[in-house]
Design a protein around this ligand. Structure first.
Ligand code: ATP
Ligand code: MG
Length: 434
């Protein structure tokens, strides 16, 4: 514990530039304000009007700076979550370990969520800060609170507010730690993020191994940003990359649902192929998450490759992608093999397929458990496959009426692309549905 504290202190010492932040004006950083979400600007305006500081922060500033279109906008402020909530009509405090506010604008498909987070304090101030804030804290709670970091260095609680420079130091990569003030159009940079963006370097703030220990999800984030930014020629700084492989075991402590979500972010944010390349390059082809291991292992098989390329294309065209579709593609090899084996033992086609699917789910139950809808959708996509062979009577009409028809068809279309079913079949259904 003491060793950890000293290490945190030392890494902080080196992480904080003594000279204060760099402030860059519009003509120096070149960010076009018209590309900034008007809702994010609105959130900052409202906060400013009530006397709070507010900046656009994180990925949006990074993306604007390197010429990408941000996928969403985060705001950082010195207002507490409760204060933020009080200022907006549709605002919701979410999260426990890391409380933030979702400010919602618009409805339906057009709606936009601005994530507003309160400036965080340094880790080792955390325990003290929490205790000070609540004098009635019991002894038991007190001892719990002082362990804001567990034995392995993992951060357990992170709701202690602090000044902006401490917030910057708590962020992960230097290019993710810049603040943009939409009113003055000034970018505030404590950790040479602008310089790293120019040098096309992904660099962890502070001591990388310590930062991975604090929050092992940063290991996956390193891969994700390396993949995303590789299209622009970015690479991970050697010191940031060095502890990645050995830190991988820390992921065992991350809740499975979080791991599942992070896996989807790797595969479904438009950079699946680049992610797989990075995972292999960094020596992390195995061990992040079981389903991801399978995806990486099969990434060169024609079918999975086609699915990954197709997913990237869809995301980049702004079309929706479903996890069930991609995962159905990744596990299809197992389903198909079990299906063929059973048919070889003279089972009827449909029950053979159902049994094979059951077996695959059984084997991978941990990966999709608690996700009933996901598994149900995957099953539907698979079960539709033999039905596409029946092009007579009422069957085709019934098929097209199914809510998951489109996904089933797209799946069959991919199978046709790699020659697993006849092209004529895919074309027939293409014509039939239109
Ligand atoms: P994306 O383009 O995927 O949204 P992002 O950088 O905005 O990328 P978010 O997950 O939206 O990523 O997080 C917003 C910001 O919060 C990050 O840029 C970073 O500054 C900070 N952040 C998020 N997760 C972590 C983490 N695990 N550790 C430290 N800082 C984090
Ligand atoms: Mg973001």
């Amino acid at each position: 514990m003491l060793k950890q504290t000293i290490k945190n202190f030392v890494s902080r010492l080196f992480a904080t530039p003594p000279s204060g932040p760099v402030r860059l004006s519009r003509d120096k950083h070149g960010i076009d304000r018209r590309l900034v979400s008007r809702h994010a600007i609105k959130v900052c305006e409202v906060l400013n009007q009530h006397g709070f500081d507010a900046y656009i922060v994180g990925g949006a500033v990074r993306d604007l700076l390197v010429g990408l279109r941000p996928k969403d906008f985060d705001v950082a402020t010195n207002a507490t979550p409760e204060q933020v909530k009080g200022l907006f009509r549709r605002a919701f405090i979410i999260g426990r370990r890391f409380r933030i506010v979702h400010v919602v604008y618009g409805r339906g498909r057009e709606h936009e969520v601005i994530e507003v987070s309160t400036f965080r304090a340094y880790l080792d101030n955390a325990a003290a800060g929490q205790v000070k804030g609540n004098e009635k804290t019991s002894k038991a709670q007190l001892s719990g609170m002082q362990h804001a970091v567990d034995a392995s260095g993992r951060v357990l609680r992170d709701n202690v507010w602090g000044p902006q420079d401490e917030d910057a130091t708590r962020r992960d990569f230097t290019v993710n730690a810049m603040y943009y003030d939409p009113e003055t159009q000034v970018v505030v940079d404590y950790h040479k993020g602008i310089q790293d963006a120019k040098k096309k370097t992904l660099r962890m703030i502070g001591d990388p191994a310590t930062r991975y220990r604090e929050d092992p999800v940063r290991i996956i984030r390193a891969v994700r940003f390396a993949a995303k930014l590789s299209q622009l020629g970015f690479s991970i700084e050697a010191k940031t990359a060095a502890p990645l492989v050995q830190s991988q075991t820390l992921l065992a402590d991350v809740p499975q649902s979080r791991m599942f979500d992070e896996m989807l972010k790797l595969l479904q944010t438009g950079h699946a192929i680049a992610t797989i390349e990075q995972l292999r390059k960094l020596g992390m082809a195995k061990g992040i998450y079981p389903l991801l291991d399978v995806a990486v292992e099969r990434a060169d098989s024609p079918f999975v490759k086609a699915a990954l390329v197709d997913t990237d294309r869809r995301v980049n065209e702004g079309k929706p992608v479903a996890p069930s579709f991609l995962l159905a593609c990744v596990l299809w090899e197992d389903v198909r093999k079990g299906w063929e084996d059973r048919m070889g033992r003279r089972e009827h086609a449909l029950p053979a397929l159902q049994d094979s699917i059951d077996e695959v789910f059984e084997r991978r139950i941990g990966d999709v458990s608690g996700r009933g809808k996901l598994a149900a959708d995957m099953r539907e996509i698979w079960v539709m496959q033999p039905r596409f062979e029946k092009r007579v009577g009422n069957t085709p009409f019934g098929m097209v009426m199914q809510p998951r028809f489109r996904a089933g068809f797209d799946f069959m279309r991919l199978r046709a692309d790699i020659g697993e079913v006849e092209e004529a079949l895919a074309e027939w259904w293409q014509d039939f549905q239109t």
